[in-house]
Ligand binder design. Sequence first.
Ligand code: F6P
Length: 364
Amino acid sequence: MSDTIDAIGVLTGGGDAPGLNAVLRAVVKTAIGHFQWDVIGFQDGYAGLVQKQSRKLGLDDVSGILTQGGTILGTSNIANPFEWHLGEGDKRTSIDRSHEAVSYIQSLGLDAIICIGGDGTLSIAHGLSKLGVNVVGIPKTIDNDIFETDLTFGFDTAVSIATEAIDRIHTTAQSHHRVMVVEVMGRNAGWLALHAGIAGGGDIVLIPEIPYKIDAICEKVTARNRRGRHFSIVVVAEGARPEGGEPVIKRRVADSADPVRLGGIGNLVAAEIESRLALETRVTVLGHLLRGGTPTAYDRVLASRLGSKAVHLVSRREFGRMARLQGNAITSVEIEKVADRQRLVPPDHPLVRLGRETGICFGE
Ligand code: F6P
């Protein structure tokens, strides 16, 4: 790799999030338009690095994608050059193909690669940087659970979609005097449920960081009924769990670094409420709706700022770093500090305190 920068690579890894295309657009426009570099996009995250699937990206490729959900490059939450999976069933095994990935980067003449993703993608990026690859990271996830950044793009969009859904569920809950349970994604973190619960006026918000007591939930619903509020909205994070219990696992994705997929806690909570209180209780699982479609204006701006920052980090040869939001400023931090960690909601977080003070029951 030369001292001057002539060409960079870019990939999107892990689950998609609204704003990925906005980042890619900012990366390509800044790299080509401002620095006159070449940009190569890898197909389907790290799969493209190992399977040698890449293409040159030009300004035309990113024209009109600012508002589009998904990622024009495709993504994978399974592909990992350090643990490349082979075979099926009993014959399933994994091998280290990271050196092939490094050779491919060298053969393309890339001076650096920009890896856009969550903790898994950034951990692999860190591994590649230890092998001598010039890497810059950009944090992405609707879960908002990445360390060392105040916010990830995709989160604001997911909160907005969840809030709109809760608003709509509110009116039908009220008409039918029902308890309505809304389950949202977020993995092991409750950020999405907490923000959407507050924004949507949820009566009960259950997050993984505060294990719930079913009695406390039922007391809250009963107290509302006594006050003449004959409906309640329960916002449940998919990772929520009862005190002394475990989260509900929906499926296991073989070959994924984090194979557990959560889901189903909403049904469990609803069944308990219905059997204890004899109140009609319905469940809506928002699932992947929260990840699709056009990003909010806020996410478009944040994604564009992070994409541009990553290119500037490359131009200054500040490798092994991740662009991030710190307060209102875009700064950077060593990827090492971010890898293999998850940022959870502290149970005494100001938003949890605000929730408690404004009458939200956290199932405590
Ligand atoms: O990390 C983003 C996320 O949507 C989580 O909220 C959720 O637990 C998981 O990904 C779902 O993954 P998949 O798309 O593999 O079902």
